[in-house]
Design a protein around this ligand. Sequence first.
Ligand code: MN
Length: 188
Amino acid sequence: MQDPKIHLQEVLKHIRQQAGLSLDKAAVKTGVSKAMLGQIERGESSPTVATLWKIATGFEVSLSSFLEPFPEMIKGVTIRTADEIRQQPGNEGMLVAPIFPFDERLGFEFFELTFLPDYSRVAEPHEKGVFEQISVFEGQMEILAEGVWQKLKKGQSIRFPGDQEHGYRNVESKNAVVHCLIFYPRKA
Ligand code: MN
């Protein structure tokens, strides 16, 4: 696998230039500072998942596009091993394995996410029509959906609209591990 930092650096520059945006305008669009965006593009900063997700949401692209190259045409059977692709961007309290990165023919991306104890994040709304689906298979999680923090234990799943404020937190003293599917509506 390519160095995730170099991939991120290249893909951010590419996406920003495709959109025809200066760093200033990209900062306004994503809510991430111009200084930080510049540092990422120069490979001087390892942003957290929260920051990556802000950038992805601002540009209306998937999170996984920042984690690894767009998958080659996946035909037939694909096997992925989370232990080999798990990353901890920015060394913060969340690990992410892009099990099936976003593929526009299929319209979703699929992650294994690990939330360390005390992790808490409220996320900006994604583009209209985005849905998220989370299944807990280790520990417990709380998910903010439509204004309510829902408690989920191992074996429980939730699906909720991602195009409004939503959040993730682990209030337990051990890790929570979930599978997360994010569905993106087809662009007109
Ligand atoms: Mn989200």
